[in-house]
Design a protein around this ligand. Sequence first.
Ligand code: NOJ
Ligand code: CA
Length: 667
Amino acid sequence: MRHWLFLMITASLSCNTLAEQFNVQSPDSDIRVVVDITAGKPSYSVTYKGKPVIRSSNLGFQIRDQAPLQDNLSVLTEDREVIRQQWQTVWGERLQINDHYNELSLQLREQNGDKRTLGLTFRVYDDGLGFRYEFPEQANLQDFIIDEELTEFAFAQNYQSWWIPAYRNQRYEYQYLRSAVSSIDVAHTPLTLQGDGIAIAVHEAALVDYASMTLRNIDDNQKVFRADLVPWANGVRVYASAPMKTPWRTIQIADSAVALMNSDLLLNLNEPNKLGDVSSYVKPGKYMGIWWEMHTGLANWSPGSDQGATTERAKQYIDFAAQHDIDGVLVEGWNKGWEGEWWRREPTFLFDQPVDGFDIEEVSRYAQEKGLRLIGHHETAAGISHYEAQMERAFAYYQKLGITSVKMGYVGTRLENGKEWHHGQFMVRHFRKVVETAAKYGVMVNAHETIKDTGLRRTYPNLMTRESVRGMEYNGGSPDTGNLPNHTVLFPFTRGLSGPTDYTPGVFKFDYQKHRPFNRVPTTLAKQLALYVTIYSPLQMAADLPEHYQGHPAFKFIDDVPADWSESIALAGEVGEYLVFARKDRHSDDWYVGAASNELPRQYALVTDFLDSGAIYQVEIYADGEAAHWRDNPMDYIITQRTLHAGETLILDMKPGGGAALRFVKQ
Ligand code: NOJ
Ligand code: CA
């Protein structure tokens, strides 16, 4: 639903010899963008509160078999818009989103040669800006190949940066590196930067039919990065047909890194809901699954004696889930094709045939009888054509069984038998097809190893969450011993800016050393609870086994914590150090707070001024015990309760690798 508060459109100016500089600024005037077309060459620069952020940076394209589209351009038209509107999310971190921006659109045309036309639009918000190119319909640019996008980001300072390398085998599943931006080679986005009292994140919005943008350092002395579009196997970056619009190149800017997490820029730059009323099947919530026991070596995906997916085991999960506020149970390994080292061969998965020992009809029926749902699973092993050939049938099969949620994955270093990157236009197209097919059959999507999030969940509200991060799974079975304690207080400032993360928190049993002697979940138990608030996902897993939760007083927090919010506030934090989030339940007056630390102990004074002023709350506090330590004493925690007046301060005492989780129930 859209609430039009104020919309002003200035007249379009048609000029022959226009000024060569165009200014556009944020509603609060803090962010200023200058677009310059001097000598026919477009460039832009950005300042924040008077400080340079992006120095003059080139714009344009290299189109195959054509002259570069970046000089010899003149301005044909200039349009401006002032938009002040508000819209409501179907689900999310908050209910209402302000969409307030000032827009500048230029039509540029080559003065000679092919006389091609290129549109350039900048939208400037208080929390950042987006710009994109448009190729209108024209005679000399119809179906074409983009060999390079020449967009540059010339950073004003040698900012501190947090990044993961692009073009690597494990896709986005790396721990973030911290370095001066000049020492990056090529990085995925979001790339988060800090320095000179400013925090910045470069990413993209509305990646619909294009290659994803990575950032390549082309001049480390000058800190200049260029958009490096992930190519197809044949070297083509993008197959394009005019008319078309590129994704938005986004630059979020704030006073601090923690404030970046309160930005709605990416959602604002995506198109509104295209699916209409999805309330019959799109439901944020929590899930469990036959999953962690595979990752910790207690069971196997392959059929046989260790087979995790059995009717009996699924019913045990369902029985536990039904006694708690858990909406779904995932079963990995339920279908045929998991034998042996499935990730090393051509995929053999069949998506409508259950493995022996797993009666899917009975399990699905039993789940519904108990008031929840079975969650489907499509592991593709990166075999896209193998999957696409079955996709329609696979989703119809789920629909028939009453399954309204699927987890999927693309394990493999490249797609299509080692050919395509996971992040090129090939995958972007495939994944959109998945989301659209899922919508057709009334299914929510939770995707692993897929393309990064660029805010498409606004347009497709069945696209709930994704992994696209080094997840909890690495703590269970990774030969490199898993994630560092700072990982979960780092990636919300980077990967987390792009959208919901299926990190899969909630591990309560830290002793699985029998099968995994080198692995460890590097948190305390209290921090596991905090992650339900500090990491946003509308489908949030309770990752551990039912018997590890059974009778455990701390499970009450997982039971209570919602997965859909009317408000979310990143209160405090430093990248890779600590993070404190407050969120308000979308369906009650209750608030939740999560506070998480890296390997260092720290105290945080939580001022509860986010609560309804004048109100009294009963607060339940799940905190680290005195001797808690992620390495050798993770289970030490205490639960306390007290009454609190809104505005009071609580001291949260986090131990090494620890945290705190709080529930505020309005009285
Ligand atoms: C990788 C996923 O991230 C993980 O959650 C899943 O269990 C395995 N693939 C198997 O599909
Ligand atoms: Ca994964």
